[in-house]
Design a protein around this ligand. Sequence first.
Ligand code: ADP
Length: 486
Amino acid sequence: MYIQNGVLAIISRVKARLKKLTSMRNHVFLALLLGGIVPVLILTKILQSTYIEESVNEKIAEIQSYGNKVATQMIYTGYLTTPSMTDVNIELALAASFYEGRIIVVDGNLKIIADTYEREVGKTLISEEVLKCFKGNSSVITDRKQQSGSISIPIIQSESKNVAGAILISFSLKEQYQILERLEQKSGIIMIFIATVLVLIAFIYSKKLIKPLKEITQSLKHVTDGYMDDEVSIKGYYELEQISDSFNEMLARMKTIEESRQEFVSNVSHELKTPITSIKVLADSLLMQEDAPVELYREFMTDITDEIERENKIITDLLSLVKLDKKSGEMHIASTNINELLEVILKRLKPIAMKRNIELVFESFREVTAEVDEVKLSLAISNLIENAIKYNVDDGWVRVSLNADHKYFYVKVADSGIGIPEAAQNYIFDRFYRVDKARSRQTGGTGLGLSITKNAILMHKGAIKVSSVENEGSTFTIRVPLSFIA
Ligand code: ADP
């Protein structure tokens, strides 16, 4: 059990470490480090190889030209047939010691006729280089380990162009390779120095670069903990400034949403409490009277029923609003004849209008079919017409008209009612807002109707506007796209 826990702890620690590896700071650090070191590394390698190539080639060219000169000399002096010529032998010995190597001469029968080490004279030499020479080609070999090189040059007869023999010169490249080694050592030290400086710079710079991101993370944590008052301010990097600006914008929006949520909750509680308080007052006063007459009971019970009805209406409206607050995924879109939809609504509302002798007129400029959620749109338009009747004068009129262009259809609800004061026009779509609380209460208003309408229209990606003059009337116009935009 203990062992299992221990292993799990180690695994989670390793996981945490691995997660850290993906940190942006590590990536920036690595990028800076590699970006600095790799080019320097490549450059020093190129310089070193260029140096060794140049210096070795120079040496080879020098020895080759010497070998060619000696080969010509040997042809002219007839050395290959009389290899005992002292002056040529002395020259070969001097050259061999100058190049810190060995010179071997073979004649046309592959027999060694001269060897500055004097060990192999008289022997036959068959090697790849010698055979190459007899085909007329010279060859060069270098060996870094031995710090030496060897060149073989054919001795060619000037008239017949036949190969009469070959000269093999081995020579030392100690000086060149030692300089290369010193160069490698020095550049190694310089590399370590550069790497150390780069590590420092990368460390400091990556820390500086990541600092603002850490600040944002900190602020986000703060907000998650419930503190919304802190704003982030990051200066210096354009992109990060943009992030912090967007973050602050988001924060401001969240604050507004939170405030309106709190206001909504307190409004809901208040609105739901009002009818209950009335019911309690009515019931209490009945209970307090011992011999209350039946008429009084009847009257109070009627009032209680009215209050219950009101409570019911508030709850129904709230539920509609909550449903409309959900995402547009909840939309049941279908191609709908808007003329028919309006006629059905008007037929349903006609009796209410007739009670106050209000004329209800429908004007249609064309047949309109649109992709809409029939239930939601009906609710929105019904609310507008109900309001036009509710806030009207007796014997007034309500005109509903329908029109369309190639993109939208328009429904206009105009009335001859009491109108809305200009100062209130900005607020009528807010939840629970009522211009005249007492009147709205009398007519059974909850202050939720227009916010339900607005939400339903917005869910159709439409728009709503109002124009109104007090004591003259109001006109509400909605504009809805003919094709639904998801
Ligand atoms: P209510 O349930 O109180 O009618 P609404 O959200 O539908 O709530 O309307 C908000 C307020 O806007 C109403 O209380 C009323 O004061 C005003 N209002 C809405 N429609 C009209 C209208 N056609 N004429 C005059 N006032 C209106």
